[in-house]
Design a protein around this ligand. Structure first.
Ligand code: ATP
Length: 264
């Protein structure tokens, strides 16, 4: 038990996330308890507006949670300073403000910021990490392009490359495959799986590609209006957690194939 706990990178306990204004707290999701261990790819799924982005932003320390605890490598997230956090956690959000005047190489190099010296010069190790990020995301040929020249799908891979260059133990990605064509969707998800399983990174990503997530993820966090379920995909299927994720008069979940079908 103790050795298992040692490998947990991210953990939440009875977390509630949402928004506060002067007058009230608006809880979007609550009772969220799960963990991501070293070497695991975990998918976060749920219907539109259920709170996936809200949860990911809370886990990345970008907005305060309303209740419960978040631990990063056993230490409360609230106790991390900015630089220390950047050494442990990289984030790829859908609405990442695009520094579109930069070249791809410059943007990816920014991922090395937590590691570079006070002059910001790149060491051999920095250059190696950038080269790896370019190769892994299939973006080498784009290196000298300006970000504003890229398609949405190319830009998405560049943001993933920046996170890889940052070389953190935990990577959080909000819908990393949204703008990608079928080939790059499969490519990126297989890459995330490979990175997690082979380099020991802990990767948490949100997605609407539930079928692909079932095939590729080690574990899944399923958000519903009532509660959140966290388990291995095959256990979630056996427990019927996908059966009523969407209105059943329109969409059916087939337990045998692990796929959704549209009703006639
Ligand atoms: N800044 C905000 N202030 C108040 N409420 C917000 C804010 N941002 C999002 N919400 C609300 O929080 C809820 C969850 O939104 P969120 O974007 O987290 O869902 P999601 O699961 O990521 O959705 P999608 O699958 O459509 O991307 C929605 O009802 C949304 O209107």
């Amino acid at each position: 038990m103790a050795s298992e706990e040692k490998h947990i990178i991210l953990e939440t306990r009875d977390l509630a996330v949402g928004y506060t204004s002067k007058r009230k707290s608006d809880v979007i999701a609550s009772g969220i308890s799960f963990s991501v261990s070293e070497g695991e790819l975990v998918a976060l799924v749920g219907a539109n507006g259920i709170g996936k982005s809200t949860l990911l932003r809370s886990l990345a320390g970008m907005q305060a949670s309303l209740k419960g605890e978040i631990f990063l490598k056993g230490k409360r997230l609230s106790e991390y300073g900015m630089l220390q956090m950047a050494n442990e956690l990289s984030v790829v959000l859908t609405e990442t403000p695009a520094s579109k005047n930069l070249t791809v190489l410059e943007l990816i190099s920014l991922g090395r910021q937590p590691h570079t010296n006070w002059m910001g010069t790149l060491s051999e190790e920095d250059k190696k990490a950038i080269k790896f990020a370019l190769e892994a995301t299939n973006t080498e040929t784009l290196a000298q392009s300006k970000c504003y020249e890229l398609s949405d799908g190319q830009l998405q891979r560049v943001y993933i490359a920046r996170a890889l260059a940052q070389d953190t133990t935990l990577i959080i990605l909000d819908e990393p495959t949204t703008h990608l064509d079928l080939y790059h969707r499969a490519y990126v998800l297989k890459l995330l799986k490979k990175l997690a399983n082979e380099t020991g990174k802990a990767i948490l990503y949100s997605t609407h590609e539930i079928d692909l997530a079932i095939q590729l993820s080690d574990k899944m966090l399923v958000m519903t209006h009532e509660t959140c379920y966290f388990d291995r995909p095959k256990n979630l299927i056996a427990d019927g957690r996908f059966d009523s994720l969407f209105p059943t008069e329109t969409i059916d979940f087939d337990k045998n194939s692990g796929r959704f079908t549209i009703k006639e």
